[in-house]
Design a protein around this ligand. Structure first.
Ligand code: SF4
Length: 280
């Protein structure tokens, strides 16, 4: 109880955008030094150890952002956490990927530019994924939001229920007419991790509106590409933030309507993503 009381107080203090309170920095610093100690003990090249190390490294990266007192606003802090996660996820070496699936095997991956069968489902992602996409779109003053708005209205019928969302095969609102991802640089981690070794199956799933959407892939590689997200999410949870999965489109719309205010409420530990939270 004591720990949470301190934590809640610290999170509330984050509401002041110009003054990163010592309490929150101290909390992040404490968590990070503990994690650094564990990191130093994680020796060895077996897959489990390597995986734990990657996730823990990202946990430390995220906490380090909280410790940095130079942010102009909480919006900037949120953007930095998201940008760092996407950067680190995108820049993991091929060498490292080969630990999970050998390079010759990886050549069996059947995905390519202009193929977007996997972009036909309302994505369930983490808040930090939604922050990445919303920040990217907000930088483009010419972006037309009307498509996102009508998409969100259309999926309202599923009331964010996990099973209901699976019934929609509408293309992602960020997919262009020529089947390119319009938020590619900022796309969610699941889009970076997802792949298929059989595009024919992907196509059949969408064309036949299949109940079972599974496609053949290398699950070890999928898990590897999601390791950094798990580290960031753990850090956010331990800093007292709402980490429920959200419907990407709905969360991005919420953020785009009033980025700074939504992010500030999120940092205060408020359930500001209620409208986007996925329900079982
Ligand atoms: S965000 Fe981009 S990659 Fe992900 S589902 Fe949408 S269009 Fe596809």
């Amino acid at each position: 109880v004591g720990r949470w009381a301190v934590l809640e107080g610290a999170v509330l203090n984050l509401a002041n955008p110009h003054f990163m309170k010592r309490a929150i920095r101290k909390r992040a610093g404490k968590l990070r030094s503990k994690a650094l100690e564990s990191l130093a003990k994680l020796q060895g090249g077996d897959l489990q150890t390597v995986s734990n190390r990657i996730s823990l490294e990202q946990y430390c990266h995220t906490l380090a952002r909280f410790e940095d007192p130079t942010h102009d606003s909480l919006g900037q802090l949120a953007q930095e956490i998201a940008a760092n996660l996407m950067h680190e996820t995108a820049n993991q070496s091929d060498q490292l990927e080969a630990n999970y699936v050998s390079e010759p095997k990886q050549r069996e991956i059947d995905c390519g530019a202009g193929c977007a069968w996997c972009c036909h489902e309302p994505l369930q992602v983490s808040v930090v994924d939604a922050i990445s996409v919303a920040s990217f779109l907000l930088q483009d003053s010419t972006h037309d939001r009307s498509h996102l708005e009508s998409y969100v209205n259309n999926i309202d019928v599923y009331q964010n229920r996990r099973a209901g969302l699976k019934e929609s095969f509408a293309p992602c609102p960020f997919l262009s007419d020529d089947k390119r991802c319009q938020v590619y640089e900022a796309r969610p981690v699941i889009c970076r991790a997802f792949h298929s070794t059989d595009v024919f199956t992907c196509r059949t799933v969408v064309e036949q509106r299949a109940e079972d959407r599974s496609v053949p892939m290398f699950t070890a590689l999928f898990g590897f590409r999601g390791l950094r997200l798990s580290g960031t999410r753990k850090a956010l949870r331990e800093m007292g933030l709402d980490d429920r999965p959200v419907v990407l489109a709905t969360a991005v719309k919420l953020l785009m309507d009033d980025f700074d205010s939504v992010v500030e409420q999120w940092f205060r530990g408020e359930p500001v993503f209620d409208l986007a939270a996925v329900k079982d």
